[in-house]
Write a protein that binds this ligand. Structure first.
Ligand SMILES: Cc1ncc(COP(=O)(O)O)c(C=O)c1O
Length: 394
């Protein structure tokens, strides 16, 4: 049960709101449900009932879930500007000449580790609008190229993620046609990130339907990775709305170099991590949490884990080379950290206490989200072929 009031945040992720997002995404010609992979042999190997992984590497050919948020936020923004209900907007309306004429020229601004910016650039491109995308210091060339390929004015800055967000915000404010589409909230900037979280809800809604179709009424445990926590707030909020009296045990997993939600939970309020946030989990390298998401997370996440890089690399290897009979999942660093964590909890004896605290046993059904595919091929090969970041325990 919630410890304190979530305010408006939980209702953001109600079933009704999520349905609106899913209806919108289903109108895309590129739309197809991403697979929910049943790692039944891995579950049997560890003596638990189920391990399911939602594989977002198939999302609109963009290799990550992120486009769900950016595209929905842009649609909601357009609906609001044109004084329409989102139910009246679908993909064809969005890309029509009529909409373009009514809107005039817009430039969408954002900062990104890669996946969100690619989604925003993709959506802007489809709308025949411009996008400006700033990336933090150290971002991979492959990820930059993917964004440039969508026609964005994209560049790698000398800033960390949080400062890149601030710079994108300033640029948007200075442009009379500029709209900031950022995947995190702060005081005074909450509407667009709320829509982004709702857009991510399409992934949870698909997953729940897929689980039901294989006879799973409710996962007992959900592990969800977090950068700023918009995704975690979205997933946790969705399942907390579905099961208000007995939600699954939900765990937020962060990169230890950028574990702002982990330390916020200890501090009892949202606090940030500074510095260059250096981790292979580029998507999770964010030092300041989303304020509206935090309202959900602080009430419904029961565990917070700060994971070193080897946990992510272990997850990448486990998913890419599964047990015989299980399907493989191609998962990047930020996508695979929860799989690496669950594998570690189930196999390594030194984590027995945490496993017991989580209550993982023979009846457990674990749900994970592999949020990206092979978005940085060079790093992927370093890890999977060459064994970079070896497991701390064997
Ligand atoms: C692949 C991937 N997974 C997870 C996340 C985390 O999402 P959030 O920043 O909303 O916590 C990101 C963020 O960019 C990401 O790219």
């Amino acid at each position: 049960m919630p410890k304190t009031d979530c305010g408006k945040s939980l209702s953001l992720m109600s079933g009704g709101e999520t349905e609106k997002a899913l209806r919108f995404h289903k109108s895309f010609p590129q739309y197809a449900e991403t697979p929910l992979v049943n790692l039944s042999h891995l579950a049997a190997y560890f003596g638990i009932k189920g391990i399911y992984v939602k594989d977002e590497s198939f999302r609109f050919d963009l290799d990550a879930f992120k486009v769900l948020g950016g595209s929905y936020a842009i649609a909601r923004y357009i609906a609001k500007t044109l004084k329409k209900d989102i139910a009246e907007i679908d993909y064809n309306t969005l890309i029509s000449d009529e909409t373009k004429q009514k809107l005039g020229d817009i430039t969408f601004y954002t900062a990104t580790d890669g996946n969100h910016g690619r989604g925003v650039a993709w959506a802007a491109n489809k709308l025949r609008q411009k996008s400006v995308v700033l990336m933090p210091k150290g971002s991979s060339q492959a990820r930059l190229q993917n964004i440039l390929n969508e026609g964005a004015d994209a560049s790698i800055t000398d800033l960390n993620y949080d400062d890149a967000v601030r710079r994108a915000g300033k640029k948007a404010a200075a442009d009379s046609h500029g709209v900031m589409v950022q995947d995190t909230a702060w005081e005074g900037y909450e509407e667009i990130p709320g829509w982004i979280m709702q857009g991510y809800g399409s992934m949870s809604a698909e997953t729940f339907a897929q689980l039901k179709a294989v006879g799973v009424e409710k996962p007992t445990h959900i592990f969800i990775q977090a950068g700023v926590g918009s995704l975690a707030g979205s997933v946790i909020g969705y399942f907390a709305n579905l099961f208000p009296d007995n939600p699954p045990v939900m765990t937020v997993v962060e990169a230890s170099a950028a574990d702002c939600l982990y330390i916020s939970n200890l501090a009892g309020k949202l606090v940030g991590v500074k510095g260059n946030l250096s981790t292979i989990m580029a998507g999770l390298a964010c030092g300041e949490g989303n304020t509206i998401s935090w309202e959900i997370i602080k009430n419904y996440a029961q565990f917070f884990v700060s994971a070193p890089d080897w946990v992510a690399s272990r997850g990448m290897r486990v998913l890419a080379v599964p047990l015989k009979g299980d399907d493989k999942v191609i998962s990047g660093e930020s996508g695979a950290v929860t799989a690496g964590l669950v594998f570690t909890l189930l196999r390594d004896t030194e984590y027995r206490d945490l496993r017991e605290a989580l209550g993982i046993n023979a009846d457990s059904v674990v749900l994970l989200f592999s949020t990206e595919g092979n978005t940085d091929p060079e790093k992927f090969r370093d890890v999977v072929w060459d064994g970079e970041y070896p497991s701390a325990n064997k």
